[in-house]
Design a protein around this ligand. Structure first.
Ligand SMILES: [Zn+2]
Length: 425
């Protein structure tokens, strides 16, 4: 028993003890190896939404004799899941384009007839704030039903100030309408907007002098993101917008090396990005730079699968170099129409070869780090938010193995229990 428990007076503060859970622990504890389920009947004490102690039940009951008990009956308990890369706020959908591609039409032909990302830009520009919220909520609810307690949401389908801010307002509103935390990212450099077609340089200039300062001043964005790719922006262009974003206090993230090796990972690392995302074509130098910078590699197997890619991210090199790997849905209408974090974990295991422990760390501890939130969420530890997912499974591997299962028993978000159900239902 820890020394201090003998000396601390029992508290009368409103406390809840979540008892008889089997905790999946990513960080090693005394007697419990990393990645194992704690064999002891470990319990979690919560006050004001925060975890105040993680210890054997008898010890917690001594310290918190008046605590309200929640007996989870031997169920598996993990940190609440974190989907750290989504484009979940958008209007319209691209299902019709998908059907045309299945019928044999080329992507180029669809793009020429107004399809592709610019069709989502048109639909999103035409949507009101309420329409954006209403369109996103069913997708958000699907993630909540799989234990997600923190969600990153990017803008990037407006590309003008008004629509980008409306997307970010919708993201902030979702965080108030649902029991989860939302981290917002201004994806200003997603693609060249139609009004600047053929002149990416002019748009970059506008981003640096007008759009980034205005979005930063609005307080609507927690981070800035860009897409470094042959079909998007070059390394020097991304460098310019990153410097502008950082000058306005926004940490940066990068869509890097998805379709070709643009040395995006290297650029992200040099700019101390929170994360570099996709990374299918990242080379050894990029991997080593990420390791040295402490940037997270965010793996997006949904896009890899949906685009029928064959070039996998350099998982073995990332593992060897000790780069933290996160896993996210990349929920977006064009290349990853995925609203299941559990499916993203299965795809990361099957397509990329991640272990069960890596998949779980990828949607908890490492995903928290990809958002710069590792001190407040991502593990079950005293001082962090009491964000938990409680599962009807016997072992962690079931969360990664089963496709289409609905194994969530209950969530805790900031200490509030509940199996999320839609208002009115
Ligand atoms: Zn993305």
């Amino acid at each position: 028993m820890p020394e201090n428990l003998h000396t601390v007076m029992p508290t009368t503060e409103a406390t809840r003890v979540i008892a008889n859970g089997r905790l999946w622990t990513d960080a090693p504890r005394p007697g419990v190896a990393s990645g194992d389920v704690a064999a002891l009947p470990i319990a979690v004490a919560e006050q004001h939404g925060r975890i105040v102690a993680v210890a054997p039940l008898a010890e917690l009951l001594r310290q918190y004799p008046h605590a309200e008990l929640d007996d989870v009956d031997g169920r598996l308990v993990t940190p609440g899941f974190i989907d750290c890369h989504t484009h979940i706020v958008h209007a319209g959908n691209r299902a019709a384009e998908f059907a045309r591609r299945l019928a044999g039409e080329s992507y180029q032909s669809i793009a020429r007839s107004g399809g592709g990302i610019l069709s989502t830009v048109r639909a999103t520009r035409a949507a009101s704030l309420q329409q954006l919220i209403d369109a996103a909520l069913p997708r958000v609810d699907a993630l909540l039903a799989e234990g997600v307690t923190t969600l990153e949401i990017k803008s990037g389908y407006g590309l003008d100030l008004e629509t980008e801010q409306r997307m970010l307002q919708a993201a902030r509103a979702i965080g108030k309408l649902r029991p989860l935390a939302v981290a917002t990212t201004y994806l200003g450099a997603h693609t060249v907007p139609p009004e600047h077609a053929g002149d990416a340089a002019a748009y970059i200039e506008r981003l640096c002098t007008e759009l980034i300062p205005a979005v930063a001043a609005s307080g609507l964005a927690d981070a800035f993101d860009a897409y470094c790719e042959t079909v998007a922006f070059t390394v020097p262009q991304v460098l310019r917008v990153f410097q502008a974003a950082q000058a306005h206090g926004l940490p940066v993230k990068l869509h890097a090396d998805q379709l070709s090796n643009m040395h995006g990972a290297l650029l992200a690392a040099q700019q101390h990005a929170l994360s570099a995302d996709h990374l299918e074509y990242t080379d050894e130098a990029g991997v080593n730079a990420l390791a040295a910078a402490g940037s997270v590699a965010v793996l997006l197997p949904g896009a890899y699968y949906f685009l029928r890619e064959t070039q996998r991210p350099p998982i073995a090199a990332l593992r060897r170099a000790g780069v933290p790997m996160a896993v996210a849905t990349d929920c977006n209408p064009g290349t990853s129409p995925l609203t299941s974090i559990l499916t993203a974990m299965n795809l990361a295991a099957v397509e990329f070869g991640l272990s069960v422990g890596e998949c779980l760390a990828g949607v908890t501890r490492h995903a928290a780090q990809a958002l710069g939130l590792q001190t407040s969420i991502g593990t079950i530890a005293a001082g962090k938010w009491c964000d938990l997912a409680i599962w009807n499974v016997a072992q962690p591997a079931e969360l990664v193995h089963n496709l289409g299962a609905r194994p969530l028993h209950r969530r805790y978000w900031h200490g509030q229990p509940g199996l999320y159900s839609q208002p009115g239902s």
